[in-house]
Design a protein around this ligand. Structure first.
Ligand SMILES: *Cc1c(COP(=O)(O)O)cnc(C)c1O
Length: 373
């Protein structure tokens, strides 16, 4: 079976864990600090970005909202076409998610619709850079500035992507990345919060370890100090040295891993461009840390999925819109016509860095034969 995605990990990652085992310091320590520095160097930005490593992309976003003081009575605008994590972290704070419709050709938040979602209660906008293709950040940040709103980017798909020549994470208010097993690069599990605001940084650092003050710097030296104070609500969301060691290897491989995925995606584009029943999403491959390959299938999406499965090819639907879930139905406010429309059409095809040419050929061949092309 050819899977939809698969992490590209091997001997180097395994070797990187060994010194952590030998050190006996498995939890958050000096390797986490090294990983944060590596992410900061990778992302760049002026002034220097603060990077805080946590255990998942979900907790990165939760802690960011928590540091902003988001809670009951606040509204947070999110797309409905996203992984449910984007919505869960909003409801976890007690705030109300407000769903924004999307653009059909990029699956990213529709800026005109976004303007209509804003009320006096709007505290945060969470754009999702779908597949790694950046949202219209200039427009979104402008709207936010004019309305006293903070933008927290769900950049779980967009590690290594550029927007207008700048890396995602190097500008904007707060950016959260995920390093879960199937993301662009992985720590096993992991995530980071990035900000250039010192106050937010300090709060996120404390909240990462149960609101404990002053402990971080000694931890970074693999030392424990016995005296500390607790000054705010926190969580136990820190990254471990084991996960950081994996991430440090992966971050060095990013260019190579991404290049391979882009080559496969370009091949798909070329082969599928002339198939009547398919339509391609808009992508600019020079500037993208590519996460997934999604096509839109007219009318026969589910049939194609079954056909591929019979031929040993995995495919997926990313994602079921959040407003379709029982828990989130009550939050529906405005119609989400484009979200509902593309949900019937989207299909995620296999794409991972270790995918062979034979595997790529098989996917292409089976899709062509399905459409009698
Ligand atoms: C993966 C993902 C997340 C959550 O990241 P985890 O590290 O899996 O917790 C959030 N948002 C989107 C869009 C994602 O794809």
């Amino acid at each position: 079976m050819i899977p939809v995605s698969k992490p590209s990990i091997g001997a180097e990652e395994l070797k990187a864990i060994e010194p952590v085992f030998k050190s006996g310091w498995l939890g958050m320590g000096s390797v986490v600090k090294e990983f944060e520095d590596a992410v900061a160097a990778f992302v760049g930005g002026e002034p220097q970005s603060y990077v805080i490593a946590v255990n998942t992309g979900t907790t990165a976003m939760h802690i960011a909202l928590s540091a902003l003081g988001v809670g009951a009575g606040d509204e947070v605008i999110i797309p409905s076409l996203t992984f449910v994590a984007t919505a869960q972290i909003v409801t976890a704070t007690g705030a109300t998610p407000v769903f924004c419709d999307i653009e059909e050709d990029t699956l990213n938040i529709d800026v005109n619709y976004l303007k209509k979602c804003i009320t006096k209660k709007t505290k945060v906008i969470i754009p999702v850079h779908y597949r790694g293709f950046p949202c219209s950040m200039s427009a979104i940040l402008n709207i936010a500035r004019n309305n006293n709103i903070i933008v927290v980017e769900d950049a779980a798909h967009a590690f290594g992507s550029f927007y207008q020549g700048k890396k995602i994470g190097s500008f904007g208010d707060i950016t959260c990345f995920s390093f879960d097993p199937i993301k662009t690069i992985t720590c096993g599990e992991g995530g980071v919060v990035i900000t250039r605001d010192k106050k937010i940084y300090e709060s996120v650092v404390r909240k990462r370890i149960l609101g404990i003050d002053k402990d971080t710097w000694s931890r970074y030296k693999n030392e424990r100090s016995w005296s500390y104070d607790v000054i705010e609500q926190g969580y136990r969301y820190h990254m471990s040295n084991i996960n950081a060691a994996i991430g440090l290897v992966q971050i060095k491989k990013f260019e190579q891993l991404n290049k391979r995925k882009i080559n496969i995606a370009k091949r798909y584009d070329k082969e599928f461009a002339h198939i009547e029943g398919l339509s391609l999403l808009r992508t600019e491959y020079e500037d993208i840390g590519l996460f997934t390959y999604i096509v839109k299938v007219k009318n026969r999406r589910d049939e194609l999925m079954v056909h591929l499965k019979e031929k040993g090819i995995g495919s997926g639907i990313h994602y079921i819109p959040v407003h379709h879930f029982t828990y989130y139905k009550n939050f529906m406010r405005n119609p989400l016509l484009k979200t509902d429309k593309v949900y019937e059409q989207i299909l995620t095809l296999p794409l991972y860095s270790d995918m062979t040419d034979q595997e790529t050929c098989l996917v292409v061949k089976e899709i062509q034969s399905f459409f009698d092309f």
